[in-house]
Design a binder for this molecule. Sequence first.
Ligand code: ADP
Length: 520
Amino acid sequence: MTLPLLPITLVDVFGSSLMILFALLCVGLAVRLRRQDRDNLVWTYLLWFSYALAGFAISRAVGHITEHVSLVLDQGHTWKILKPYSGAINTISFVVVASITLFFERIWKIYQQIARDKLALEDTHRQLRYLNRHLEDLVAARTRELTHSESKYRRIFELSRDPILVADETGVLIDFNPSAMRLLAIDSESGPDRALSLPDLLQHPGDWDKLRGELLATGFINDEELELAGRARQSLNVLLSATRENTAENRTVRFHFLLKDISQRKAMTRQLLQADKLASIGQLAAGIAHEINNPLSIILGYTQLLIRSEDAATERYGDLRTIEKHARACKTIVEDLLKFSRSTQTRKEAGSLHQAVEEVVNVVRHHFELDNVMITCELDPAVPPMVIDKEKIEQVFMNLVMNAKQAIGKNGAIQVTSRFDPERKLVTVQVKDTGGGIEARHLPRIFDPFFTTKKTGEGTGLGLSVSYGIVQHHNGEILVASEPGTGSTFSVVLPVQQSELVVPQADLAVPQPESRKVGS
Ligand code: ADP
């Protein structure tokens, strides 16, 4: 049985024509897509694929149509000639499609890598553009941060109440804060460039080697007590703590020092010791004075009796007078001792401090002028009436002006001034002289009983201790400032206490020198 060939021939011819049409439409579409994006590898691949497919479709369709036409026209031999060509074109088309696909697979991988690199490059480019645009802002912000941090630590350094010093390995100061400048009397012009060195500021030069050795060995020092030379090379007591810093950049060593001025605390301790000493001497003096006072009065009394019955021309009379003179001198000392221990009565009443001062000045003025020592008074009219033991206050000022005169000798000036501080309710009377001043080593001792630099017979060393006792009894204090060779200023500071009762006082307490200040 033979099947009819016509339907299948028609389907084959029609399908082949459609194949050509579809292949050309595919090419057309691929061409359009490629035009839209020439860089797109997928479209490129599609285009070439469509070309190959179109080649294949045309070759195959033309082959089949030709075959049917030649069979219908009974031209079978023509088809036989064409058939190998059509098969070859088909094979080539498949090879091309396969090659394009394989090639595309490689290209696709490279393309993807390039696309990734492109993205990374674009990202880097964006970052670079951002940095480029904001570089100045970033630098400015970082500089601001650094400046802020630097100024924060600089402020701590500058505002520290404790002196801070930075020195190199040899002790030359690299930096110091204002507190250090004040303490060590470094003037502002001698900035860190000027070669100031810590060893030069130490009172005992050997201390530097000890400090440096310890810092190099252990890296730190805690609360070492030292003596430094402060203003006018006056000795200062300080507690020194230090640390070593190894600078990273050039392997050198720096020392950071923190000082604590304990001069005042030391002075207070000294004063407390002094107070203890003064208290014991006071008690002793009071005891001895009481014991000696009576027998001395009896000796003096009997001597005076004997003098009265003795002829003034005799040698015995002269001897008795000598006994009387020395007994009187002893009595003065005993009386001073009694005053010092305040075993005498004190009577405070409303009175004028200025009157007391002026009376003293009037008594001594003429006498002083004989030695060309001018005494002047400049009293503040605002000073109110006060409750004082006038006699004893006169004794204080008499003692101060006499000391001033003795310090001057001849040719000089004594200035007595008063000032009222209404806020603190304090009256200050100053006695300033142009005398020889007080040596620094004597300064802490001048209020000690029996401390005197005067020749025997000229001073007992009780004047200032008695004055101190009196002023202290008025709840005041005596301050002294003195520079050897220039003069001294004694300040009596008294509180104005209007409410104070006018009562006789006779306490036997010895001075309590906590309120006394020596030096200023
Ligand atoms: P005295 O006057 O009997 O020596 P003071 O107690 O009054 O005893 O004084 C003690 C010491 O203080 C004096 O010896 C003197 O060295 C010193 N002094 C006191 N006042 C002055 C002064 N104005 N100028 C210098 N030295 C003074």
